[in-house]
Design a protein around this ligand. Sequence first.
Ligand SMILES: [Zn+2]
Length: 218
Amino acid sequence: MCQATRHILWTPAEARVREQNRGAGLALRVGSGQATYHRYDPARKQHLINYGARMIAAKQQPETAQGWLSTREIRGRGYFGGEVSVLNLLSHTCCHEFAHLLQYSAGQRHYGSVHNRHFYSALDGLYSSGAAIATRQYLEETAGKTGVELSSTPFEFPNPVRALQQWQIGDAVCFGEGRHEKRGQVVRVNRKTCTVAVTLNARGLRYRVPVSLLRSPD
Ligand SMILES: [Zn+2]
């Protein structure tokens, strides 16, 4: 996923990103947890995209994949024909994080408004330009060469929707939609809900959020 992001997504966009921000670089890494994000470090002029190993594991089965925003985006916005599979989820995740990089470069990432229309216009652009399908092809070919199975068989989701994603204390989570999206940290895991600490305008708030509404802030 790191190589796909660099070779397929970053290489053609690099010149444009550097026009907006001279000297900006990109670092890619795999983290051990669930957290999957794009961040910009102004001191080092470096974009960082982190792919969480537990995120990759969670996207291998429908039960654990369905809590993720990637699943909802593929189904809701019809990316890859609306088909959710391991291959499509991981390809989409590369595009999702890279769209944050493009959004940030364009100065359109704002506190409390992360998945805004600028973000989705950047993400849609990656699909309409063919970059998303190229990412998918790259992942499929590279996985094939290294003996990793990346299934393209579409998931069938259990009905009714159950959320089996396992949250742990300290996990970064988000909930709510669009302008109302809130981000915080799990401070307590209850039977059907998690208690989430959210810092808003320097005030600490706690919410009890049904597990089905929680997702990782990818
Ligand atoms: Zn995101």
